[in-house]
Write a protein that binds this ligand. Structure first.
Ligand code: SF4
Length: 320
């Protein structure tokens, strides 16, 4: 088949890509580099995107797993905590060692942290719905003493729970989960523990929710959906799940156009494209350009919602 002759309708979902929390976190690292020079240490990937991380690395950011990875001669250099949030022990260690820390935790993750603290101080045991091992989950669990939070990932986990020793219960969630899956888990939790207290407002953030809604809109008219995002990005993976659940025959996560396999397009006439909250628009454009090089493309923007959320930078990094 001569693929250059194949016609494709490309449905471009909006909103897609960077959310306000990711934008703020990247700006924090960039401005810290401008103001204080290199190196600026960053604990964990600032956001889960390989291109963003490698560009910041080129500008002088040094990504580390733990504060102890900072060499003694650089102990006074700035260290930024990632958008996903950190356990309380991390800023405590930084303070004890007189380090210069800058917190890039997304304000919507911080809101979840304050919620679990409030419920705990009112005597509740916390059930956290989230993915085991995800850095945000580690950060949220680390707001409270060990044993104060029980993690559940599935309805089966809820079935297996025995929290009869706790009189008060409250639940919270990771911010980047599937809205549909989480709803089902919450229903199971409430059925089992009708007195369980609910979060103030949704823990799943506006960006995750809006990107899933936008993918639902393109999925039912697409044979193939491509989600631009890195493998470690929870919200990007959930967009792939959403596309498959809402009608796409195939959906793939691609970091860049280089991950695309042209065989995916055989027999396909309608392709949806979106991007996770940590994926830069330049990667989305790369994917579109690559597809245009190989097919006869008509692009349609499918705008599900407009976003105008912005988060303030920490005072010390705001333009004066
Ligand atoms: S995905 Fe949501 S919680 Fe995560 S950084 Fe973006 S706005 Fe914040």
């Amino acid at each position: 088949m001569d693929s250059t002759q194949q016609s494709l309708n490309l449905y471009l979902a909006a909103p897609r890509g960077f959310c306000a929390g990711v934008d703020r976190a990247i700006q924090i690292v960039e401005r810290a580099l401008d103001k204080f020079g290199a190196p600026v240490y960053v604990r964990h990937e600032i956001v889960h995107n390989d291109l963003v991380v490698s560009e910041l690395r080129e500008k002088g950011a040094v990504f580390i797993d733990e504060l102890s990875d900072i060499p003694p001669e650089d102990i006074a250099r700035p260290v930024v905590f990632s958008a996903h949030g950190v356990p309380k022990s991390v800023p405590e260690e930084a303070n004890q060692r007189n380090m210069f820390s800058i917190d890039a935790t997304c304000p919507l993750v911080s809101k979840v942290h304050r919620g679990v603290e409030r419920h705990y101080s009112n005597g509740a045991h916390i059930v956290l719905i989230g993915h085991k091992g995800h850095v945000e989950v580690i950060g949220t669990m680390g707001q409270l003493p060990e044993g104060a939070v029980t993690l559940v990932e599935t309805i089966e986990d809820v079935d297996a729970l025995d929290l009869s020793q706790h009189k008060e219960l409250a639940y919270c969630t990771q911010t980047t989960l599937s809205v549909d899956d989480t709803h089902d888990i919450v229903v199971a939790l409430k059925a089992k523990y009708p007195h369980i207290k609910v979060p103030h407002g949704d823990d799943i953030c506006y960006a995750t929710t809006n990107r899933q809604l936008a993918v639902k809109d393109i999925a039912d008219k697409s044979d193939l959906v491509l989600i631009v995002g890195s493998k470690a990005s929870s919200n990007s993976n959930r967009l792939v799940d959403t596309a498959l659940l809402y009608g796409a025959s195939h959906a793939y996560l691609v970091d860049t156009y280089e991950d695309i396999d042209l065989a995916w397009f055989e027999g396909v006439s309608d392709v949806g494209i979106s991007a996770g909250a940590s994926a830069p628009e330049v990667s989305v454009n790369g994917v579109i350009e690559y597809i245009k090089e190989h097919f006869d493309v008509t692009v349609e923007n499918v705008i599900t919602k407009k976003e105008n959320v912005e988060f303030k930078l920490p005072k010390m990094l705001r333009a004066s």
